[in-house]
Design a protein around this ligand. Structure first.
Ligand SMILES: *Cc1c(COP(=O)(O)O)cnc(C)c1O
Length: 469
């Protein structure tokens, strides 16, 4: 029996080794193709469903063959996000140390909710969280929960916030629930990210209940308008959502003016800084965040500016007791030892997704993170300057950070340019609406983007704008 089991193990290990080799080869081939492949996918969803579709066969298949075949057939439907000329949405690339560590995390298969079960990954996440708070100028004692992204971070932080402001008003959400609770005043800016509305929905707040404060031309909340809003609406449990890094303009709310107003009204202050909080790592850009550290909770992403692989967001809460009050559960089989990951986020079982963030930070060092963020800003300024020299192109934001937004003439011309850029394949960027008009926006979010990438992108845009010249 022993020998048969051992033989089976050896066979299995051999299959595993060959499968890992196939993954390594497939990954390397993809990464090496980034320089030359068209950035946008060549196949759409229907084609990819065709490629992989059909019924699940009765017979299994060798693991290495599955992986090799998958890697090859996946090709046309892949988008070159890890390359240097993907500028769509706000999506980072992947630093080498973070990518390789992510493979290790999968191999380790550590279910990282509990420090008793998985001390290595919990320690690495705790250290990564502390390093990030230090780099971004946030309180050292804050709780840091690693979640899938800024959407879930906003949800996590706002669930904690709602629980805390209700408790201070004498209402315990964990036992009494939301029905019958005192009304919550939930204050947001006109140009908040859409994930704030979804997060509100998840915690029982409908869109009609949002108290919306006007913003200026760059999407920044107007302090006098916040004061007037808070003075003019019934007081009670209050949450004010501010923003570091508007997705179109990259603008930062004026925190030094806003936070004292919100404080004076007893509000919980939440800052969505999915990519903007990383300005705090740079001496040159840190001023954009002045006053933001006075908030109660912060959302950020590691998979955007820090360039770790998907998925990795962070939910940061000033007082860990507020996180625990919301998320810690009973249950006999759960082991409690101080602050565990499952005490501060909605998840129980999960991968050690903060470990690649640790590796990214360790590989860059403090100076490297600053240089990364500053290079993104430099690339945005280089793109902006180049766009201004292309006849017909109008840059429509101030470019304080990593986002550049522009138009070409009317809405039709702008949208047509956007489509032709994707078809051309040199670079990829995505469309938007700003002030009720079509716009195109570029997000500098990748460590891989070089000046040459920016120049190649400008060259392609100039060529597409005036084909004959
Ligand atoms: C990207 C983004 C989000 C959503 O983040 P995910 O990581 O996609 O969940 C939320 N807020 C802002 C400001 C963002 O840029």
């Amino acid at each position: 029996m022993y020998h048969r089991a051992q033989a089976r193990t050896l066979l299995y290990m051999d299959e595993r080794q060959r499968a890992l080799d196939a993954a390594h080869r497939g990954a390397t081939a993809f990464l090496e193709s980034l320089e030359d492949r068209p950035v946008w996918p060549r196949a759409d969803l229907a084609e990819m469903l065709d490629v992989f579709g059909g019924e699940l066969p009765d017979e299994g298949m060798d693991a290495a063959a599955v992986v090799a075949d998958l890697a090859e057939r996946a090709e046309p439907g892949l988008v070159a996000i890890p390359g240097g000329r993907f500028f769509g949405f706000v999506i980072g690339g992947t630093l080498p140390a973070a990518l390789a560590t992510d493979w290790l995390v999968s191999a380790w298969d550590q279910n990282s909710g509990s420090s008793t079960l998985t001390p290595t990954t919990v320690a690495l996440e705790r250290i990564a969280g502390a390093w990030v708070c230090d780099l971004l100028g946030l309180p050292a004692a804050a709780s840091v929960g690693f979640v899938t992204g800024a959407q879930v971070s906003n949800f996590t932080c706002l669930a904690v916030a709602q629980h805390a402001v209700m408790r201070r008003a004498g209402w315990d959400l964990t036992t009494q629930g939301l029905r019958g609770a005192p009304p919550l005043r939930f204050v947001v800016g006109e140009h908040r990210h859409g994930s704030i509305d979804r997060a509100a929905r998840f915690i029982g707040i409908g869109t009609d209940e949002l108290v919306i404060v006007p913003t200026d031309g760059e999407g920044r909340m107007i302090p006098d308008a916040l004061a007037a809003t808070l003075d003019g609406t019934p007081s009670g449990p209050t949450i004010v959502c501010l923003q570091a890094g508007e997705v179109h303009t990259g603008a930062f709310d004026p925190f030094t003016e806003l936070t004292p107003i919100a404080r004076a009204h007893g509000a919980w202050i939440h800052v969505d800084g999915a990519f903007g909080l990383w300005a705090g790592a740079s001496q040159r850009l840190r001023h954009l965040l002045d006053g933001a550290a006075d908030a109660d909770s912060w959302t950020t992403d590691a998979h955007k500016t820090l360039n770790v692989p998907y998925d990795c967001g962070m939910a940061i809460v000033r007082d860990p007791a507020d996180s625990i009050a919301m998320f810690r559960t009973g249950g006999d089989y759960l082991m409690y030892t101080g602050l565990d990951p499952w005490d501060v986020t909605p998840e129980l079982s999960r991968r050690g997704r903060g470990v690649p963030a640790w590796a990214a930070l360790r590989s860059l060092g403090r100076g490297g993170v600053a240089a990364l963020v500053e290079r993104m800003h430099d690339n945005a300024l280089r793109l902006e300057a180049g766009l201004r020299t292309i006849p017909g192109i109008e840059v429509i934001n101030e470019v304080p950070y990593t986002q550049v937004m522009f138009r070409l003439g009317d809405d039709d011309a702008t949208r047509a340019l956007g489509a032709s850029i994707l078809r051309d394949g040199t670079a990829a960027l995505t469309g938007a609406e700003w002030d009720g008009r079509a716009a195109l926006r570029c997000s500098m979010s990748s460590w891989a983007t070089t000046e040459a990438d920016v120049d190649a992108t400008l060259g392609a845009i100039a060529r597409l704008v005036s084909p004959g010249s």
